[in-house]
Design a protein around this ligand. Structure first.
Ligand SMILES: [Zn+2]
Length: 690
């Protein structure tokens, strides 16, 4: 099945949900684990030195090790109560433990005096839960470490090691895996060796990380050493299930290319390695230097081209510089711009423009009460967060680049990376970095786009032509509604011999521009290339099937010659509509609610004529047996047409149609959609009068 690609990824400030890679049929979620605060690498944080033994056959986990508590700190440690604790000692004395109401065991608190660190010795063991097929929502809430023949996953949030809440930490972890398993985790691979006892791997992180995430599986490991321009050597590795081995060289090549690119464009890569790990779960986690992706997901062709690039770039924005949670997550939008949008830009302006249009269209669907300033976005919880936190943020960075120029934008990002690498930083730090490079005051820009919600709604309220002394002119009034944005508004003026582009500076609700033309003016477009973040007028948005299928007020008109066809039509309507079938009054000659017309081609055509609705021609329709499309009445009511050659072909649409809501049209061959798409956007045209 052909999939439309959507990449949504969020860095969460708690150990929970995050990036999701959606395709038409399935939703796969990738999580990144980030804590709310992040000090520089040298900050006084606890250091863990653990010896871990993991046996996938018995699912037995044994841990023996030491936790160093920095001078002057008092820490309590939570541990999953399923483990049998053999030691939890401070200087030979057992540390007190108690069960908490939420079912975990808390050991401590343990105090380190101001003069020196203290070390706790821990030893515990237990059987891990069996890995089962979970859907992605369960995985996001993965409450306990799991292990099975296909792999083991021990996320930090599950309490598989003694955890001091909210504390970042450094570590050196030795993992002995049996049964052909290999372990992988964020950090530098210090050592890796096979012996009769199993595979022994040591990972070390000198950077303070939010937790210890450990994965293991029956992996074949492939590695390439990558020399970066910054003089560093990075080990790029794949840990893939054997059936994915043939994909490994391609993934390594792509990851190496992205690392090289961003290392050169932004600044030296901060981590020692980059690993792509296949997950037996339909999910994954993004961690510093590591992408843990579902083994089915890895087979999808677009993952390498787009999602992997996005995940790699998070090692600069998100894992490398951590957004300051109190003042908004800028990292998703910046990553979206420099990975997802950059990919479109590299494939031509048409693709880039289509993405900008999609962002504006998604934003137009955000209810005003769900809109909020970028400074308040933390992570993605619903669709509005995607439209604002990811897309609007990306668009704002794009407008900033347009405003200060490519050179200053790039230099600003490089300076921001130099100053805040492996630290926390917020919007104000970004503003300072760009102001220093561009040498202009950007406070107004950041105030209106980051601190305030909303976007301008622009329109031409008057456009008049004149001719004096042989010179054609046009006088245009542009207005914005609601809160005032200071904007440079691009205009395209079409005249009898072509068009010219101009721009007006808006400082208030209205501005008048007077423009000389080589010929008589015909009409005007506002921002035809979509370079200003704004609310689109409804007619600027291509109708989609969803507008009809989801609306609780939608009426159904059946256009069928006989009982069999009528039943087929009703079954399709029932499957496609969110709120059940409510029939249009049979005598109706006008449409005052959203309408679904469903039936046979000839009868549908006659019904459209009776209702005075235009029939659209659908690209690729000649090759299919059935089609569906959405359009709107002259009054702006959305309607959808679903038509087939016979009852059997119509019935076949019941399954695919509900999944095509995001399309303007689709053509079907049986139950398979052979063509689909969005109508091209119609930029609003304002006629010029005398
Ligand atoms: Zn992301």
């Amino acid at each position: 099945m052909r999939s439309r690609i959507a990449v949504h990824c969020a860095l969460s400030f708690t150990a929970s949900a995050v990036c999701s890679l959606g395709s038409a049929g399935s939703l796969i979620v990738v999580a990144a684990l980030l804590a709310s605060t992040c000090g520089p690498a040298a900050a006084a944080v606890p250091h863990y030195q653990l010896d871990v033994v993991l046996d996938p056959e018995t699912r037995l986990l044994q841990v023996d090790g030491w936790i160093a508590i920095p001078p002057g700190r008092t820490l309590a440690f939570r541990l999953d109560p399923h483990f049998r604790v053999q030691r939890f000692d401070l200087e030979g004395k057992r540390v007190a433990a108690e069960r908490t109401p939420d079912g975990t065991t808390v050991h401590g608190p343990v105090r380190a005096p101001p003069e020196h660190a203290v070390t706790v010795h821990v030893r515990y063991a237990g059987e891990l839960a069996a890995l089962q097929a979970l859907d992605h929502r369960q995985v996001l809430g993965l409450a306990e470490p799991v292990c099975g023949p296909e792999g083991a996953l021990l996320p930090a949030a599950t309490g598989w090691y003694p955890q001091a809440r909210g504390e970042r930490l450094t570590y050196r972890i030795k993992v002995l895996t049996r049964g052909g398993f290999r372990a992988v985790m964020p950090g530098r691979l210090v050592q890796q060796a096979d012996s009769s006892a199993g595979n022994e791997t040591i990972f070390e992180s000198v950077h303070a990380l939010p937790g210890i995430d450990l994965a293991a599986g029956p992996y074949s490991v492939r590695e390439q050493k990558l020399a970066l321009a910054s003089g560093r050597e990075v080990r790029v590795r794949t840990y893939f299930h054997p059936e994915l081995a043939e994909l490994a060289p391609g993934y390594i090549e792509s990851a190496a290319r992205y690392l090289t690119h961003y290392d050169r464009e932004i600044g030296p890569y901060a981590f020692a390695s980059y690993s792509i790990v296949s997950s037996p779960l339909p999910t994954g986690f993004g961690m510093p230097g590591l992408a843990y992706l579902g083994r089915q997901v890895l087979r999808l062709p677009f993952i390498r081209a787009t999602s992997l690039r996005h995940e790699v770039l998070h090692d600069w924005w998100g894992n490398g510089v951590v957004p300051d949670s109190a003042h908004g997550n800028w990292a998703e939008g910046l990553t979206t711009l420099l990975a997802d949008y950059a990919y479109r830009e590299e494939h031509g302006e048409a693709q880039a423009k289509a993405m900008r249009l999609r962002w504006l269209r998604d934003y137009a669907a955000v209810a005003p009460e769900r809109d909020r300033p970028l400074a308040q976005f933390v992570s993605r919880r619903h669709g509005a967060d995607q439209a604002v936190g990811y897309n609007k943020t990306a668009f704002v960075f794009l407008m900033l680049r347009d405003r200060i120029g490519d050179g200053a934008f790039r230099a600003g990002l490089q300076a921001f990376w130099r100053e805040h690498r492996l630290r926390t930083a917020g919007w104000q730090d970004l503003q300072r970095a760009f102001e220093a490079q561009a040498r202009i005051d950007l406070s107004g820009f950041f105030e209106q786009w980051v601190e305030r919600p909303g976007a301008p709604l622009l329109e031409v309220t008057d456009a008049r032509r004149s001719l004096a002394s042989g010179q054609h002119r046009v006088s245009i009034v542009v207005r914005q509604q609601g809160a005032i944005f200071r904007l440079r508004v691009p205009l395209r003026i079409h005249h009898e011999h072509g068009s010219i582009d101009a721009a007006v500076e808006m400082r208030g609700p209205q501005v008048r521009a007077d423009i000389a033309l080589p010929a008589r003016a015909l009409f005007v477009e506002i921002d035809p290339d979509m370079r200003v973040f704004r609310r689109l007028h409804p007619e600027g948005i291509a109708p989609t099937l969803r507008q009809v299928l989801l609306d609780p007020h939608t009426r159904v008109a059946v256009a069928a010659p006989d009982k069999t066809a009528r039943e087929a039509a009703l079954s399709v309507a029932k499957a496609a509509l969110e709120s059940g079938v409510k029939l249009l009054d049979p005598g109706a000659t006008a449409v005052d609610t959203p309408l679904l017309i469903v039936g046979m081609h000839a009868e549908v055509k006659r019904l459209l004529e009776r209702l005075e609705l235009p029939e659209r021609s659908v690209p690729g329709a000649e090759a299919g047996s059935a089609l569906a499309y959405a359009w709107r009445t002259p009054d702006g009511q959305p309607y959808a047409v679903v038509a087939a050659a016979d009852a059997r072909q119509l019935t076949a649409l019941a399954r695919p149609l509900p999944h095509l809501g995001g399309q303007s049209y689709a053509v079907f061959d049986g139950a398979r959609s052979s063509a689909r798409g969005l109508w091209p956007a119609q930029s609003r045209r304002y006629p010029v009068t005398d």
